[in-house]
Design a protein. Structure first.
Length: 343
């Protein structure tokens, strides 16, 4: 058994659609516009599964945005929120069969309600909306955004997230590493001990800072501004990445991504009463068949540089920018909204 890399061929992608009963209500039209843009680009290239409380509303919204629906199917069930990356199945492959691993999602350490989201996977499986062998892993808290796989036995993750309170805090780092290797038949775990972004609710998901683009290449967020609050943390993270080697002992090919200019939510204050900085990052891209969908933020110079750097990592794929300013207002971005299922 193995955990395929995201850059391997995929069978479909899941989106869990926003509704007016979520925290998106105050910016609902804006977020639907973003989701329609994601749906359009995904469905051009592979099937798209949309999980939603209100399928008829979503069908109408897609139609209003001119999104063809011939490659899209709906599944109706209750949802708390929209972060499919973290409540979706983590899918392994064994003897050409999909192993649908259903881990516990507890709202990133009990920060937010997740009672409905944590049942989506079982609902999908029971309704035969997904194919594979269901595997109950609900005694272990794990979000898809917290791990990266090279498909060959290496897992990349972060200790600030996996060791955070209210996840699996009865377990030590060594015990969690053993558990990850057992779940995914992995040979090793590479731990980043520094992964912080201001405004991040996930305690440092790896998909916000560093991504495996191939078995030998990692794209990561680089902070060059010494006056930026992230400078020290991300510089140490960069040194950690430089110290990592592949199984054969060779260093990884590292591709730095720019740090977006700071974006603040003037309506949300931090503990000091200042506007909350939002976790904008170019590392939160989604790899799909033939393309990479990249979050952009209306920052011409930074956006252009990020797209060109990601093109270096994926020379044979289309690089497609999608404006995700609305997504970061709820403290996530493009990859957080999606979950791919391997061939």
């Amino acid at each position: 058994m193995r955990l395929p890399a995201e850059f391997e061929p995929q069978s479909f992608v899941q989106l869990t659609w926003p509704h007016r009963g979520t925290d998106w209500a105050y910016i609902y039209d804006e977020v639907v516009d973003c989701y329609c843009n994601m749906a359009r680009e995904i469905a051009k290239r592979e099937p798209l599964l949309i999980v939603t409380q209100h399928p008829n509303d979503v069908i109408e919204e897609l139609s209003q945005h001119g999104v063809p629906q011939n490659n899209i199917r709906m599944f109706s069930c209750k949802t708390n929120d929209t972060w499919a990356r973290d409540h979706g199945f983590i899918t392994c492959i064994h003897n050409d069969q999909k192993i649908l691993m259903d881990f516990q999602f507890n709202g990133w350490g009990m920060k937010f309600a997740s009672n409905f989201d944590n049942q989506i996977n079982k609902n999908l499986y029971d309704a035969e909306a997904v194919e594979g062998i269901y595997t109950n892993c609900l005694d272990f808290v794990l979000e898809g955004g917290s791990i990266e796989s090279d498909g060959e036995g290496t897992i990349l993750t972060t200790s600030p997230c996996l060791l955070a309170p209210n996840r699996n805090d009865v377990m030590s780092k060594a015990e969690i590493e053993i558990q990850l290797c057992q779940f995914f038949n992995a040979e090793r775990v590479l731990w980043l001990n520094h992964s912080w972004l201001a405004g991040d609710d996930t305690d440092g998901h790896v998909d916000t800072v560093a991504r495996l683009c191939s078995k030998d290449t990692i794209a990561y967020v680089q902070c060059l501004d010494k006056n930026d609050e992230h400078y020290e943390e991300l510089t140490v993270m960069e040194d950690e990445l430089k110290s990592f080697t592949m199984v054969d002992g060779k260093p990884y090919n590292l591709i730095p991504l720019p740090m977006p200019n700071a974006i603040y939510d003037e309506d949300e204050k931090d503990e000091n009463g200042c506007p909350q900085r939002l976790p904008a990052t170019y590392a939160n891209f989604l790899i799909v068949n033939g393309a990479v969908l990249v979050p952009v933020y209306g920052q011409e110079e930074n956006d252009k540089l990020a797209l060109s750097q990601i093109q270096k990592a994926f020379p044979d794929r289309d690089i497609v920018g999608i404006n995700c300013n609305v997504l970061i207002r709820q403290h996530g971005s493009l990859h957080c909204c999606t979950m791919q299922f391997p061939k």
